[in-house]
Design a protein around this ligand. Structure first.
Ligand code: TXE
Length: 481
């Protein structure tokens, strides 16, 4: 194990070990081997990271520099990410089993997160309102302070940058704690921030587990904002912890996305996106279309085609260019998904295709399940794997009621060629995002977040500005006449 890679913390412009030297193993789920070690933060390391970011906020140049200069620094980081795109993607593929082509796509999206928010903070500086009373009022969006960002393992780089980019663009300093399952790519990002010349403490990376590392960050009263993506259960703990010092939270939590295919859908398009929605990233997507509802008139034809497309996905080594689908991100997660798949029949359902691989890989094949009662855990709970539960429906009213009957509400998809129905149904669905005749397409100006157990708050464009700043009103008398 001597030549194994090591991912330290990035604190105050340096890559460091934990104060007590503790480390944890980092796994490659395809080979089922440890390929690296990472520094394991304790509470004292978290405190050191917060102290550094606090100092960078109170005394450093970052919150005070001009918007153009800050944007230039962030674009410099984005340039370095583009230069090192293969390395970043390789780390995500190695660390969580994502096909390399998809990891490359994620790097592109991550770069765009930085470029978008670097420019957005220059273009959306504030608003001015000349008032009838002879006053002039304007808004100012100053940075909030120190941001603690806690990210998950399913899109290690992309989810982390979705938080870091708006946080630092608006002049905050930030501590990112990646998931303990996937510390690799975010640590490289931290190294690139040093290379890009970021002042110490602007972007600290703290590696370690939810407890103690994440919990120490959310509880620290020197932290002004907490942004979190992960499970609904952990989200509630994060919110409770941040509440002890009244830090606002933004929570993006689980999902159980409904995918509605109407009789008049373009079936080629609907099948393509239904496959993407549940099998991309092996279903480890909070936005997955894990509940699929198909209208009676096209049900049988759609199901034949959907099943054939699922079975045609090339399963294999994330680094084989032909691979479209691979293993789950960790043994722990494989065991969770396996539990759901292996109990389908005892819940009264049928596995139409797919199932658990019997060769010892942490692999669940693209799985389609039918005939489950609406109370079954597989139908109600977030599996976060390649398991699609299908139901037939008759009317628009029926399917809207079914789709909305969940404690989650992150997203939904609607496939129809009827324009009025597309608008009507989108408006009736209780979800943060509705995709019509597509999936996973994002415009970073629009709100992103969920309803109910899917989260609290929205990020994206001006929604991120509201969260990552302390908006201020300045009212000035200009007319004594
Ligand atoms: O999530 P956790 P896990 C769902 C998905 C998955 C399940 C469990 O269903 O199977 O959650 O995954 C940090 N204070 N999603 O256990 O625990 C943790 O270190 C502060 C959906 O990985 O929520 C990691 O960085 N931080 C989801 C992050 O929280 C804490 C993506 C997420 O871990 C903490 C991931 C604490 N007390 C999982 N405890 C999505 N919405 O996309 C843990 N963490």
């Amino acid at each position: 194990m001597s030549d194994i890679q090591f991912f330290g913390h990035i604190i105050d412009g340096e890559e460091v070990e934990s104060l007590d030297g503790a480390r944890f193993d980092v796994w490659n789920p395809w080979t089922q081997e440890v390929f690296a070690q990472a520094a394991e933060a304790g509470a004292a390391d978290a405190a050191r990271a917060v102290e550094s970011s606090r100092r960078a906020f109170e005394e450093g140049p970052w919150p005070r520099m001009g918007r153009a200069e800050r944007a230039a620094a962030i674009h410099r980081l984005a340039d370095l990410m583009e230069e090192r795109a293969d390395d970043l993607a390789r780390l995500d593929s190695t660390n969580m089993g994502k096909p390399f082509a998809q990891a490359k796509h994620d790097v592109g999206r991550s770069v765009w997160n930085f470029r978008f928010f670097a420019d957005h903070q220059r273009d959306h500086v504030g608003e001015v309102y000349p008032m009838d009373s002879g006053h002039h009022s304007y808004s100012e969006f100053g940075p909030a302070g120190v941001v603690a960002a806690i990210s998950p393992w399913n899109f290690p780089l992309m989810m982390a940058t979705w938080k870091i980019a708006p946080a630092i663009a608006w002049g905050n300093t930030c501590i990112i704690k990646p998931s303990e399952d996937t510390p690799a790519s975010v640590t490289l990002l931290g190294r690139l921030a040093i290379e890009a010349g970021f002042p110490p403490g602007v972007l600290n990376v703290l590696n370690g587990h939810g407890a103690p590392a994440g919990a120490a960050l959310t509880a620290d009263e020197r932290v002004d904002r907490v942004t979190f993506t992960g499970s609904s259960t952990t989200g509630k703990a994060v919110m409770a912890s941040a509440a002890t010092h009244l830090a606002p939270v933004s929570l993006e939590l689980g999902g159980k996305g409904a995918n509605l295919v109407f009789d008049d859908a373009d079936l080629d398009n609907a099948v393509h996106w239904a496959v993407e929605a549940i099998f991309r990233n092996s279903g480890q997507i909070c936005l997955a279309g894990s509940r699929l509802f198909v209208q009676s008139g096209v049900h049988d034809e759609f199901m034949d085609r959907f099943r054939a497309a699922a079975e045609a996905l090339v399963i294999g080594d994330p680094f084989d260019p032909a691979t479209r689908f691979s293993v789950l991100a960790s043994r722990r997660h494989f065991e969770k998904v396996r539990g759901y798949v292996e109990s389908v029949e005892e819940q009264g359902g049928k596995v139409l295709t797919g199932g658990v691989d019997e060769d010892g890989a942490w692999l669940v094949r693209p799985t389609i399940v039918t005939d489950l009662p609406l109370t079954a855990p597989q139908y109600c709970e977030e599996i976060f794997g390649p398991v699609c539960v299908v139901n037939r429906f008759e009317t628009e009213d029926d399917v809207v009621a079914l789709a909305n009957d969940t404690r989650y509400g992150l997203n939904a998809m609607v496939f129809t060629e009827n324009l009025s129905r597309a608008h009507r149904v989108s408006s009736r669905l209780r979800a943060g995002t509705v995709w019509v005749n597509c999936f996973f397409i994002r415009d970073l100006r629009t709100p992103f977040g969920g309803v109910g157990d899917s989260g609290v708050g929205r990020e994206g464009g001006n929604f991120s500005r509201e969260f990552f700043t302390e908006p201020k009103a300045v009212v000035m008398q200009i007319d004594r006449g």
